[in-house]
Design a protein around this ligand. Sequence first.
Ligand code: ACO
Length: 437
Amino acid sequence: MAEPKITLTDSRTDKSYEVPIQNSTIRAIDLRQVREVPEEFGMMTYDPGYTNTASCSSKVCFIDGDKGILRYRGYPIENLAENCTYTEVAYLLLYGELPTQSELGGWNAEIGMRTMVHENLKKFMDGFRYDAHPMGMLISSVAALSTFYPEAKNIQSKTNRRMQQLRLLGKIPTLAAYAYRHSQGLPYTMPDNELTYTENFMNMLWRRTEPKYDPDPVLAKALDVLFILHADHEQNCSTSTMRTVGSSNADPYISLSAACGALYGPLHGGANEAVLKMLDEIGSMENIPKFIKEVKEGERRLMGFGHRVYKNYDPRAKIIKTIADQVFEVTGKNPKIELAKELEKIALEDDYFVKRRLYPNVDFYSGIIYEAMGFRPEMFTVLFAIGRTVGWLTHWEELMEDPEARIARPRQVYLGPGEREFVPIAERLGKMQSERA
Ligand code: ACO
């Protein structure tokens, strides 16, 4: 079969161009040949927020937003959440295949060996104020790791990259737990590598004076599933940030710290915190209609609703909704769940949300579970970051191996003034004056 092509005709010149199609995509650079006059730069695409631009090719994560499908390396998220542990899924993401029992044992041991952090990093943490946001602490301490492992700059070596990936997977829960305990004024807890990845995280968060922490199995499983659900989501804002910063050959600690920064925003991973604040603000059922009215009038957003890719129910939100009941059996019910369910019911029947295909996303219910477990909203995005760390690292590794990878450097459409004559400072009118003139 002949190579598929798209034919473009430029109405300015009546010239036609044939552009090859590959994987339902055309290469933006193929448009450069489209010019009105030979000295022109050539045509570009304009895509604020990258709503229709593939920035890379990837073999990690598949999403069909219309059908509400999410797969890691081909495996449906529902199967992975039901049958695997987080570290098993982390192995799948990073290495492309599910581990055998002995591979998993070795992998867990490798990560477990790297859960401790340098004592100086604890002192660094101590420098934060008692009420510092734990995301600010996480972002800074991940960046600080770069100074402890200067060899991480050698990103050309695959062996070296693997070492940093193990370190990051091992240390992220430790840094997250230290940020949590700092805000509580509690001494930091040493990791316990006899526990699983998630149980050890719980140990570092919640162990007090008991000689050995005994994690609740239901809560440990729930937290582990939440980490799995957050592990990857293809080219979202933070993963794209990881790739963008990584494309300048920055070391993985710096790139991952930048990815955490992107996650912090309330339109991305910070939405789970924003959902809880929103529910607190709404307060009770009778205030819901007024709130929905304000959303429809564009005064605010229904946080935890809507997604760039999903135009159907986010499959992760479905799983989280079922976990909620299991968690509440241990912790007691979080009354906010009823408020959230009512908001969802109203929104799913309301024309405004139906027309725009706005459904609950992963963040709508996760915060309610986290709160029931005893986390303050400030910690929610930190928990998201723990799960997503492996996704960021996997995409970074894919970038490092991609022969087509180049430094990320988008173009712009310049709409500013043309060349102007320089005005000496004494003769300038100033912006306010010239606007008045
Ligand atoms: N509440 C009310 N209206 C909304 C919402 C919402 N949560 N989300 C989108 N809309 C409306 C917009 O106002 C817009 O309406 P219009 O066409 O009349 O102008 C339309 O739906 C399309 O919205 P966009 O903002 O253009 O969609 P985009 O793909 O750029 O944004 C986003 C996606 C950021 C997730 C958005 O839906 C949002 O702000 N949601 C709330 C924050 C949130 O929950 N973020 C978490 C996302 S999941 C994650 O990152 C882990």
